[in-house]
Each structure stands twice: as C-alpha cells, then as structure tokens.
Ligand binder design. Structure first.
Ligand SMILES: [Zn+2]
Length: 369
C-alpha cells in the first residue's frame, strides 16, 4: 500500500474531484499548495495557513539543501517539526529552480552556482532523492530537466528523454516507506512528446505525477493541449500535479482538463506588490481611488483582511510598507486562491463545472484593472 493515494469521488467532463490521502492527513482535490520556498510561506505562519484551510503546503528542496542544509532539517525532526506544520507537505526537487540558474547538465546530473554564496553545487538525481528523504515531506519529486519555451523540438526531446532516465535512477534510490515519489512529465508544448513522456513515466510505476515544464512562456492554448496530451496517457486513478500554475484562469482551465494539484508563488508574490485577487477582477490597492474607500477588498470574501479592515487602511499599510499590510494581503490572496479551487471541487461534485467556470471568468473579466 502506497503511503499516498488518491480516491476519485466525482467526475464532470474531464474535471475530477477526490481525496488525496497522506501520512499527515487527507486533502480535498483539486487543491492548491501555498509555496513555502524556504520552509515558510512568506509573511504568514502555520496557524494562518490552517485558518485559511490550506490542506497541503509545498517547500523547496533546492533552497533547503543550501540553507539550512537537509541534514539540519533531519536532525531537528524533519520538515513537519521544523516548520511547525503537521499537515501534508510536498517538496519539489529543484529542477525548476536549477533551470533558472543556467546550469551545466550532463547525464550524471546538474552543476550550478548557489544563489546564496555563488559556490558550485552538484546535484544528481540520487542526491535529489536523498535530500528529500532527509527533509521528510509526504511527497517528494523526481529530479527533472525543465526547458524554457519557446525551444526547438530536439532540445525539448533530449531533456524529456534524460528526465525519463533520471526518473529511473530516482526510483532506484528512493527507500522511505512513509513518503512517496512522484515522477515528472516533460515534453514542452509538443503533444506527441507529452504523450510519450507521460506513457513512459507512468510505465515506471510512480504513484503520482507532476506535469513540469509549463508556465515557462507558452500560451494558454498551448498549455491546454500539452495538459490534454499528458493526461490522456496517465492512469486515471493517480494524482496529477501541474507544477508552477496558480493564476485563476490557468487553474480553472487545468482543472477542466483533469488536474488535481497545483502550486505557485503568484498569489503570495502579487500580495507583496499590493495586488489583490478578487472575484470581480484583480487590482492594485495602492491606487489613489482607494484612499478613503471604507469597503473591504472583496465584499464576498471571508478572510481576516476583508472581515476586519477597509481598502483605505490596507492601502495605507501597503504604501508605508507595514509588515502587517503584506501579511493581510497575502492572507487575502491565498484565501481567494484556496476558495477558487474549493468552489471548483464543489461544482464538479454538483455536475455544473462548465457553467461555474464560465461565470467565474466572466465576473473576473468585468472588473480587472
Ligand atoms: Zn479577503
């Protein structure tokens, strides 16, 4: 019996909802994972995340292996104890971060410069697994090779084939029984490569799959086709995690095609720039029109920021760089994104996802500025 499994409870077209069972609890899917890059979701803590109803959080193995080091996290009892978060945790392996550092990649692994002190770091697929076993999340990710788009077919194919070879090495290294390892599907926006990657990754027997290499410069239509191709070749009874996707339209379009899990820095990063995500469109709270606006950020939102504070006050906090302003906007944007996927799950359950998607997108298009 796998330590993590997924149980489908309803389907509506290609969209699906279900439960992800992990050693640290069950999560309703579709689910959005707030990103705790350095074992912290910026500006909030575990109590905030629990109050928001976040079911599962993501931490970044690449950053944690550099600071404080995987051994340190292991020595203090693993990521759950270290972060004070007793819910499920997924770590990404570092493939995506390394891709942004212009690494040297050969068959053995990747070599890149540490973002902290510029020193050269080697990371093999075996290292990536050992590090994640030390960190101790419920779900670890295989080390993959992400290619920025647009890119030629040969380059995308080479990276995809090498990702498959690395996936086998990751599986051969992984031993922890209270943790599962997900494989990662690559293949850029080429549907044939996505099908090949998904089918061959599935053949290796992973209990779940990341769809990597998206949100790296492709159009929404290209992403839709890549997801449809990948999902067509993956087993229907295992979870599918679209890596790095977190804007409202992107989430709903992926859910419509059968995606279950997501992570993205967008909601928290935008909050730190003063941008609020709302049902009636997104806006920057810094704008002068909010100077004496006593209404909440989003009248329909039940988060701490919206139930207690006005736009006028939040605008003031953000403009003078008060830490509480960043925290409140982060709480609001996470609440918005978590609600968006929870409402999608409810709509799938009720068999009205297509209508739901259309009305959410219409409402958002009406008021964005
Ligand atoms: Zn709110």
């Amino acid at each position: 019996m796998s330590a993590v499994s997924w149980l489908e409870t309803a389907v509506d077209g290609a969209a699906r909802t279900g439960w992800l069972d992990t050693p640290h609890g069950r999560v309703r899917t579709p689910a959005f994972m707030p990103v705790g890059t350095r074992a912290a979701v910026k500006a909030v803590d575990g109590d905030d995340l629990a109050a928001l109803g976040a079911g599962i959080v993501l931490a970044n193995a690449y950053h944690l292996m550099l600071r404080p080091g995987a051994r340190v996290v292991e020595d203090v009892g693993g990521l759950h104890a270290f972060m004070g978060w007793q819910g499920p945790i997924l770590t990404d392996s570092g493939g995506f971060q390394i891709f942004s550092l212009e690494p040297t990649i050969d068959e053995r692994g990747a070599t890149f410069r540490s973002v902290y002190d510029g020193s050269l770091v080697n990371l093999t697929p075996e290292d990536a697994i050992r590090i994640q076993e030390q960190l101790g999340p419920d779900i670890a990710m295989a080390l993959d090779i992400c290619v920025g788009l647009p890119a030629g077919r040969d380059r995308v194919n080479d990276a995809m084939q090498r990702t498959l070879r690395w996936a086998e090495r990751c599986l051969a290294t992984h031993t922890r029984a209270d943790q599962v390892l997900f494989g990662i599907v690559q293949g850029g926006v080429d549907p044939d490569l996505r099908v090949e990657s998904a089918a061959k990754t599935a053949d290796l027997g992973f209990p779940g799959f990341g769809i990597g290499g998206l949100s790296v410069g492709e159009s929404p239509q290209e992403r839709d086709l890549a997801l449809e191709a990948a999902f067509s070749a993956l087993p229907t009874d295992k979870p599918r995690y679209v890596m790095g996707l977190g804007d409202a339209e992107g989430l709903l379009r992926a859910i419509a095609r059968g995606a279950d899990l997501f992570d993205c820095v967008i909601p928290t990063r935008l909050a730190r720039h003063g941008r609020a995500l709302t049902r009636n469109g997104d806006f920057n709270i810094r704008q002068a029109r909010f100077e004496t606006d006593t209404s909440p950020l989003d009248p329909a939102c039940h988060c701490l920021a919206c139930t207690r504070y006005s736009r006028a006050y939040l605008r003031h906090l953000v403009r003078v760089n008060e830490i509480s302003g960043l925290r409140l906007l982060t709480i609001h944007n996470l609440h918005y994104t978590l609600d968006l996927v929870a409402e999608a799950a409810a709509a799938i359950e009720a068999g009205r996802f297509a209508d739901h998607l259309e009305s959410v997108l219409e409402d958002r298009a009406r008021g964005s500025s």
